[in-house]
Design a protein around this ligand. Structure first.
Ligand SMILES: [Zn+2]
Ligand SMILES: [Zn+2]
Length: 342
């Protein structure tokens, strides 16, 4: 639930200070934009964050640039309402213009589905509303020129079996695929909190197997959720071990994104509590391994951390890029990006 909280807090910060008035801030932002552009041409790691859409969906692009991100996530509308007014065509055009102007490719933008949705709900009315919202959100992605859409699989609420819940989730996905053009639905792994489905890689695989259009189903791995579900990223070689296991159970070709979050909770706690990078039980070594992992090249690596004052998204993105080592920093062995300090 971190992105929502973050957006609310961030909005307050933005209201309180006008970045346009500060030369220092402007200089910093220009430097970040330079770094980001260099990164786009030279580096294969696309680190970014979940950004707000206050004031218009196209503002997400500026918000990403302001924090030096190379990729971003965003909500497609209010998290409070099942129904939304139609997407404003001017806003959609502006969003697409901003993305192409600043060279954000659709593969590096990962919209996050509404938290209201539960496509695995045993309650028929909630299932129907979730299915309709999934169709609506996929249509919006399509209108925004986006190709990926990330969402939480669903929860059985403890009143149906995991298998029955997974059948419902796949039914909603198949329905949405029929109703909309080519946007790819990206399942997120869960922490195993409550009766949510998708904490185990085998559950993600079981849902994927029920989806008819295999070209339109992929996975986003959240590091906090994986750790809380029992995958020990904090151990030496933990990141590689998790990716190996994912490859065996699901297949790395299905991996389209990573949510970069440390965990407030301990290994296997099943709690969905995000922590700032290096400040939780996962620890900084795992994130060093992640940014230096060639199997995670060219996909969005998105922060959804609390972002304490002085260690907000911009600082965490900077930290993560500073962890890149010369041999692993990118797929181009001749890379000279100034972000790579070793
Ligand atoms: Zn999520
Ligand atoms: Zn979470």
């Amino acid at each position: 639930m971190a992105p929502k909280k973050r957006e609310m807090r961030k909005r307050k910060t933005e209201d309180a200070s006008d970045p346009g008035q500060s030369g220092d801030t402007l200089g910093k932002e220009t430097k970040r934009e330079e770094l980001r552009r260099r990164d786009l041409s030279e580096c294969s790691k696309y680190i970014g964050a979940h950004v707000g859409i206050q004031g218009g969906i196209w503002k997400a692009v500026d918000a990403c640039i302001a924090i030096g991100g190379s990729s971003f996530a965003l909500f497609l509308g209010s998290q409070r309402s099942w129904t939304r007014s139609a997407l404003d065509t001017n806003a959609a055009d502006k969003f697409q213009e901003q993305c192409s102007l600043h060279k954000f490719a659709p593969a590096h933008i990962l919209p996050h589905g509404s938290y209201l949705m539960n496509c695995g709900s045993p309650k028929e009315d909630v299932f129907q509303k979730s299915q309709a919202l999934l169709v609506d959100e996929l249509s919006r992605c399509s209108r925004l020129g986006l190709t990926l859409y990330n969402f939480h699989p669903g929860s059985s609420l403890g009143t149906i079996t995991t298998e029955e819940c997974m059948v419902k989730i796949a039914t909603a996905i198949n329905h949405a695929h029929q109703q909309t053009p080519s946007v790819v639905t990206v399942l997120e792994n869960m922490s195993g909190q409550g009766s949510t489905v998708g904490g185990k890689f085998s559950e993600l695989k079981a849902i994927i197997d029920k989806v008819r259009d295999q070209g339109r189903i992929r996975v986003c791995l959240d590091t906090c959720h994986a750790f809380a579900a029992g995958y020990d990223l904090s151990a030496e070689g933990g990141v590689k071990a998790m990716l190996d296991e994912f490859d065996q159970q699901v297949g790395l070709q299905y991996l389209k994104a990573i949510h970069l979050n440390d965990s407030k909770g301990k290994l296997g706690c099943n709690l969905d509590r995000h922590e700032d990078i290096g400040k939780g039980h996962i620890g900084i070594s795992a994130f060093r391994d992640i940014v230096n992992e060639p199997r995670l090249d060219n996909i969005p690596l998105i922060l959804e951390t609390p972002g304490r004052p002085g260690f907000e998204y911009a600082e965490q993105i900077e930290l993560l890029y500073s962890l890149l080592t010369r041999t692993n920093k990118c797929s181009h062995m001749t890379c000279t990006s100034s972000r790579h300090t070793i």
